[in-house]
Write a protein that binds this ligand. Structure first.
Ligand code: ADP
Ligand code: MG
Length: 253
């Protein structure tokens, strides 16, 4: 049996009269990549930020790695990694200096070059964050989640706006992070990303979880109902053509 590392029970969030999250419950298992998949406005970020202790909830129970969110928020903060918006980074500091600053805030001794190497940015050590490409910014932002050696990292739409090469590169990085023992919870509105990356996904729509399972099981279940795609799908798509022509190497350097 897998160990539950995050448990969410009957979570509700209202903004004034508006119910953004309508009593959702789910568990995340230790060591998995768990996806919250849904269109804009579904309530993904709200849910994530409540678990991260960054937003208050209206009602419900949340437990993270044995800590109750209401009574032990600061214990939870210590063991999670939250992605920071690169736009908020001090513009005058280079990547090494930024990592040093954050590790100071977390009171952690981190080797900046080692961390930058992990996210394939060692050659950008002396660059400022505004000099990075979209994919590099996202990799750096993921690096900042790892500074406090967290048990769980939270990634909110990490690949939105990236080109196909940078997205694949980021998927590889997320898989590596998971392989090193970190649980990953990620939001996305890309179906292919959820299918390829996530062990299990919760499909959210209008504040509710309408389905929760592995992508494989969901697809099998739909096929079993007799569902067929309207026309025979070719064994490749335009993205395959694009990747085949342009290669998997990232272009941004
Ligand atoms: P998602 O991340 O799935 O796109 P969000 O959690 O950001 O969804 O938002 C869910 C709903 O809650 C949206 O309709 C959004 O407009 C609303 N919402 C989010 N934050 C606030 C806020 N601070 N005040 C009022 N409404 C909000
Ligand atoms: Mg969002």
């Amino acid at each position: 049996m897998s160990n539950v590392i995050i448990s969410v029970k009957d979570l509700v969030k209202t903004y004034g009269d508006f119910k953004a999250v309508k009593s959702i419950s789910f568990d995340v298992n230790e060591g998995e990549i768990f996806g919250l998949l849904g269109p804009n406005g579904a309530g993904k970020s709200t849910t994530l930020e409540i678990i991260e202790t960054l937003r208050t909830k209206t009602s419900g129970k949340i437990n993270v790695a044995g800590y109750d969110l209401d009574s032990h928020p600061s214990e939870i903060k210590k063991i999670i990694g939250v992605q920071l918006q690169t736009s908020g980074f001090y513009p005058g500091l280079n990547l090494v200096e930024l990592i040093k600053m954050f590790s100071g805030l977390y009171n952690r001794d981190v080797n900046p070059i080692e961390l930058l190497t992990k996210v394939n940015l060692a050659d950008k050590a002396k660059s400022k964050s505004k000099e990075l490409s979209g994919g590099q910014k996202q990799r750096f932002s993921i690096a900042t989640t790892l500074i406090n050696k967290p048990k769980i990292i939270f990634l909110d739409e990490p690949t939105t706006g990236l080109d196909p090469q940078a997205r694949r590169n980021l998927w590889d990085l997320i898989r590596e992070i998971r392989a090193s023992g970190t649980t990953v919870i990620i939001t996305t509105h890309y179906m292919d990303e959820a299918e390829q990356l996530c062990d299990r996904i919760a499909i959210m729509d209008q504040g509710k979880i309408i389905k929760l399972d592995s992508p494989d099981k969901m697809i099998d279940e739909l096929v079993e109902t007799g569902f067929e795609r309207p026309k025979q799908v070719k064994s490749a798509n335009l993205e395959d053509v694009f990747i085949h022509l342009t290669g998997r190497e990232i272009r941004e350097e």
